[in-house]
Design a protein around this ligand. Structure first.
Ligand code: SAM
Length: 327
C-alpha cells in the first residue's frame, strides 16, 4: 500500500487579519445587509454559501481548513461509530450497505480501478478492496488517511490500496482514470459541492459510474421536530450561512435530493438509481423522544415502508444515495 501526500490543487489558504475586523455599528449594518443578500438568493435551499465568486478562493481555503481540523480531531469517532449498536451506527451501516449494493450494480471487473473520496476511517475502503477492486482512497484529513492505513494493514489488503490526502474540489488524477468514483458522506461538508461533482465526473471514464450520498434536507425528522422545522426557515438558514461565512465554521449542510440531481445534471451525469436511507433518531426540540431500542425498531419499520415506496417515506430518509453514469 502506498500512502502519498499528493500535492493539492486547492487555493492557497487565507489568514484572518485583525485589522479588518469591523466595529460594532458597522458590523450591525453589514450583518443586516448580508442577511438581506442571503435571503434574496434565488436558490436558497442550502444553509451554506452557494458557489459565489465573490467569496474568493481564500475563504474556501479557510472553510476547508476548519473542516479538516474537525475531521482530524474526530477520526476515532468515524472509526467507532460503525460498530455502535444505536440507531446512528445502524444508519451508517445501512448507508454503506446501500452503497455496496450500488457498487455491485455497477458490474465492475476484478481489479477495476476505483476512486473513493473522503474515505474517512476506511470501512468502505476495506469492503471495496475485499471485492477485488484496485482502490485509490483519498481524504482531505491526514488523520483519516492514517486511520484508513492502519485498517488496511490489519485487514491484510495493503496491496490493493493507494492512500493519499487530496481535496475533492481539485482531484490530483487525470481525466477518465477510474471505472467507479465513490464519495460517501462528503458532499454535506463541502464549500463548493458543484465543483466537487464536476471533479468526480472528470476523473471517471465515459460510460462509467459515480456513487455519492448527501444529507437529505427532506428527511422525516426535519418535519417532526419543531426545532428542525425552524432550521428550515429562510431566516434561520440565512443566519447559519452568515455565521459560517464570517467564522468559517465546520458544519454540515442538508440538501434536497432535487438540488443534488441538479448538480449531477450540470456535470453531465445521468442518475441510474436513487433512494433514501435511515429514519431516526426521533427528537423533540433536539432531545431524543424514544429509547435507542425503540429508535432502532422505528427505523426498521419506516425503512421497510420506504423501500416499498410508501408515499411520504420514500424520499424522507436521512441520506440520499445516488448512482449516476457519465455520458
Ligand atoms: C462524514 S465523513 C464520512 C467518512 C466516510 N466516507 C464514511 O462514510 O464513513 C466525511 C469525510 O469527508 C472528508 N472530507 C471533507 N472535506 C473533504 C474534501 N474537500 N475532500 C476530500 N475529503 C473531504 C472528511 O475528512 C471525512 O473523512
Amino acid at each position: 500500500m502506498r500512502v502519498d501526500r499528493l500535492e493539492r490543487r486547492t487555493p492557497q489558504q487565507a489568514t484572518f487579519d485583525p485589522a479588518t475586523v469591523p466595529t460594532r455599528s458597522s458590523r450591525t449594518h453589514r450583518i443586516a445587509g448580508q442577511l438581506s443578500d442571503l435571503m434574496s438568493q434565488r436558490n436558497s435551499e442550502n444553509d451554506v454559501e452557494r458557489e459565489r465568486p465573490s467569496h474568493g478562493e481564500g475563504h474556501h481555503g479557510v472553510v476547508q481548513e476548519h473542516v479538516n481540523a474537525h475531521f482530524d480531531s474526530t477520526a476515532s469517532y468515524w472509526d467507532a461509530v460503525y460498530r455502535d449498536g444505536d440507531v446512528q451506527g445502524l444508519i451508517y451501516r445501512m448507508r454503506q450497505a446501500v452503497v455496496l449494493d450500488n457498487v455491485v450494480a455497477a458490474k465492475l471487473s476484478q481489479g477495476a480501478p476505483v476512486l473513493e473520496i473522503g474515505c474517512g476511517a476506511g470501512h468502505l475502503t476495506v469492503a471495496l478492496a475485499e471485492r477485488g477492486l484496485r482502490v485509490d482512497a483519498v481524504d482531505a484529513s491526514q488523520a483519516m488517511v492514517e486511520v484508513t492505513a492502519s485498517r488496511m494493514a490489519q485487514a491484510g489488503l495493503t496491496e490493493r490500496v493507494t492512500l493519499a490526502t487530496a481535496d475533492i474540489h481539485a482531484l490530483p488524477f487525470e481525466a477518465d482514470s477510474f471505472d467507479l468514483v465513490v464519495a460517501v458522506g462528503v458532499i454535506p461538508w463541502l464549500h463548493s459541492p458543484g465543483d466537487a461533482v464536476r471533479e468526480m465526473a472528470r476523473v471517471v471514464r465515459p460510460g462509467a459510474q459515480i456513487i455519492l450520498t448527501a444529507d437529505n434536507r427532506a428527511r422525516l425528522t426535519s418535519f417532526t421536530d419543531p426545532r428542525a422545522i425552524l432550521a428550515l426557515t429562510p431566516l434561520r438558514r440565512a443566519w447559519v450561512a452568515l455565521r459560517r461565512r464570517r467564522r468559517a465554521l465546520a458544519s454540515s449542510r442538508l440538501d434536497f435530493p432535487k438540488r443534488i440531481d441538479e448538480l449531477l445534471a450540470q456535470a453531465q451525469l445521468r442518475p441510474l438509481a436513487r433512494r433514501t436511507v435511515g429514519f431516526g433518531p426521533m427528537s423533540f426540540l433536539g432531545r431524543p423522544v424514544f429509547s435507542e431500542e425503540r429508535n432502532v425498531q422505528i427505523n426498521d419499520r419506516l425503512q421497510a415502508m420506504a423501500d416499498r415506496g410508501v408515499p411520504g417515506l420514500r424520499w424522507t430518509g436521512w441520506h440520499y444515495v445516488v448512482r449516476a453514469e457519465k455520458a
